[in-house]
Design a protein around this ligand. Structure first.
Ligand code: F6R
Length: 617
């Protein structure tokens, strides 16, 4: 939620900041703004002009609107600045509420990602001193308090300011009196510093920086960085300077580009075979799953609890089935926003698996903290390296899917599912709840997933035709049983979040307990039929909805002839082990959501009201 970036060097900051914001736009896109330290104009007598050197540009809407404003302002020049793209939390999307925010004296500007929980109290206090606030945001208190605390020492004033803040923040600040210097600070929101030659940067994540540098410093919670063109100094919460390692990023700019695709979502759907390979191959040696990162004694646990949000939770629903089936251990899956407030019963014999693409989801972080507090061991399945969840967990398995930029997750989800499956097989091997033969068969099936995913992608043009045929449905259902039901949840979410059509996922057997009342002539029901153990049962449910006039689009295994007699249309995917079905079966549903949204003219990579990394509650 919200993307922030900053630059200091010898080049013009404006274009660099705007390019960074364009790449960060997936984090929020209701307004954007930049602030720079402009070159001061000398007066006729040679003295510097009065007033602040800080200049700002803001625009409601997408970053492209800000770019238009910037292009109309040839004098907007300066070599040090900060930028922000917003997902509104406090105050409507507007130019006034857009960041950066300026102190009342115009001497400081701030960009912020996160939520200041005690902003109302600080604002009231500052208002008593006569300080006037312009915006409705929580962020403005940071910059007003900073200006109030400033007595000539920028770092001291900032440290004093952040010590007053509660909540989450990643901030970048510039000052009129310190040309070329940016201060950045972080608490529970992501922030990295990019190291260049004669220029340095900061950003919410690496996508904003990768075209400029691949060397980064990960700022940790409570730390503050002083960034100048030639140097980056990092201080701990007491103000003491500390050494920080430089991390080298090994993915290239193409990973953050559309590379010829119309949308990141389509690119990321198509990348799934490679992403799955990256998750699987380094961890399999001689048909054995090796997790070098895991030094866990599985015998210690008597139950597993999986928690996550959105699609990651849907991956968790698949994981529940696989782990329970192979490890013979009770497994629960629960959305993190519920778990965090439920006072769950768990102890040191509980293994909690948290799943998150971004590694920054606020509800997931809160749930994992609650579980740790209760004594559980936490294993995280995360994509973004060095993210908060990866750092907070006792153990972390990275999906290594590469950057995911489209707001709707695709390769993030499938790599989570495959990593959960690998974990289940590995754990079953440790617990000896699986025979050697079954273990080897599962490993071989996992290794075949990238090739099967590729074959599922070959359905692309047929799925497009299905989207043309069925996109007129304003409300539809996804049904399935067991693994198919878990996929129905994800297929339905994918469709609704990017096409804005109403859709619901139902356990197929549950329809007749009420929801079947909504089935009427012409209603589309997407029936997931790959979990063959329960195929006959699902077919009965298909017959029930057909009898009430529904049209049925089925996803079934290649070679399943019986389904053709039941459904109006069938998408056939490669046969795979029942426990691995979701990895393949979801692919045509991702494509279906994509093409329906395309047909309906939706903004696919940036669906309305959403943002990629949900760092607020
Ligand atoms: C849907 C989607 C979201 C995320 C959810 C969790 O396409 O992307 O539902 O899955 O917000 O995000 P992460 O995985 O980053 O914790």
């Amino acid at each position: 939620m919200c993307g922030i970036t900053g630059y200091t060097g010898l080049n013009q900051a404006g274009p660099i900041l705007l390019e960074g914001l364009r790449r960060l736009e997936y984090r929020g896109y209701d307004s954007a703004g930049i602030a720079i330290q402009s070159e001061r104009k000398a007066d006729a007598d040679g003295s510097e002009s009065a007033g602040s050197s800080i200049k700002m540009l803001k625009a409601t809407g997408k970053v492209s609107h800000l770019v238009e404003k910037f292009e109309a302002e040839p004098d907007f020049k300066g070599v040090c600045g900060i930028g922000h793209t917003r997902w509104a939390t406090h105050g409507v999307p507007s130019d006034t509420n857009a960041h950066p925010h300026l102190s009342a004296d115009g001497k400081f500007a701030v960009v912020h990602n996160g939520i200041i929980e005690n902003f109302a109290e600080i604002r009231e206090e500052l208002q008593k001193y006569g300080i006037e606030f312009k915006s409705e945001t929580d962020t403005e208190v940071i910059v007003q308090l900073l200006a109030y605390n400033y007595k000539g020492n920028f770092k001291k004033a900032l440290m004093k300011t952040i010590a007053r803040l509660t909540g989450s923040y990643a901030i970048g600040v510039i000052s009129d009196e310190h040309p070329g210097t940016i201060f950045a600070a972080k608490q529970a929101s992501p922030l990295i510093i990019g190291i260049g030659i004669g220029e340095n940067y900061f950003a919410s994540d690496i996508t904003a920086l990768v075209s400029n540098t691949k060397n980064v410093i990960d700022l940790d919670d409570g730390e503050v960085a002083e960034i100048t063109p030639d140097e980056v100094k990092v201080f701990d919460h007491t103000g003491k300077e500390i050494e920080k390692p430089i991390r080298h990023i090994n993915w290239d700019i193409a990973s953050a580009e559309k590379s010829g695709y119309d949308h990141f979502m389509l690119k990321e759907i198509m990348e799934q075979p490679q992403a799955l390979k990256a998750t699987i191959e380094p961890r399999i040696k001689d048909e054995e799953i090796i997790f070098e990162e895991l030094n866990i004694d599985m015998k210690k646990f008597n139950r597993v609890h999986i928690t996550a949000c959105g699609s990651a939770y849907h991956a968790g629903c698949v994981g529940r089935g696989i782990i329970e089936s192979l490890c013979k251990i009770p497994v629960e899956a629960e959305v993190a926003s519920e778990l965090r407030y439920r006072d769950p019963v768990m102890d040191e014999k509980t293994l909690v698996i948290v799943i998150s693409q971004s590694g920054e989801t606020a509800d997931t972080i809160a749930a994992m903290k609650e579980c740790k507090y209760k004594g559980a061991t936490v294993l995280a399945i995360v994509n973004v390296v060095g993210s908060s969840i990866a750092k907070l967990a006792d153990y972390c398995l990275y999906t290594w899917a590469g950057p995911e930029i489209a707001v709707a997750t695709t390769k993030g989800y499938t790599t989570q599912v495959v990593l959960l499956a690998m974990f289940a097989v590995w754990a079953a091997g440790e617990l000896k709840t699986i025979s050697h033969g079954a273990y080897t068969t599962m490993v071989k099936d996992i290794m075949r997933l990238p090739e099967r995913a590729q074959r599922a992608l070959d359905l692309n043009s047929r799925v497009k035709k299905m989207a043309d045929k069925y996109n007129d449905n304003q409300s539809l259902f996804f049904i399935g049983r067991n693994m198919d039901y878990a996929v129905a949840l994800e297929g339905s979410l994918k469709l609704k979040e990017i096409s804005y059509l109403h859709s619901e996922a139902y356990a197929a057997g549950e329809l007749k307990h009420g929801t079947i009342a909504l089935i009427e002539p012409g209603r589309l029901v997407v029936a997931l039929c790959c979990y063959e153990k329960l195929l006959d049962k699902t077919i009965s449910n298909i017959q029930q909805v057909k009898a009430r006039g529904a049209r049925v689009l089925a996803v079934a295994h290649e070679g399943n002839r019986s389904i053709f007699a039941e459904a109006d249309d069938v998408l056939s995917v490669p046969v795979t082990d029942p426990l691995l079905v979701p990895v393949i079966e979801i692919i045509p549903l991702q494509l279906f959501a994509y093409y329906v949204a395309l047909k309906n003219g939706c903004d696919i990579d940036k669906p309305k009201n959403l943002a990629k990394s949900v760092t607020v509650e």
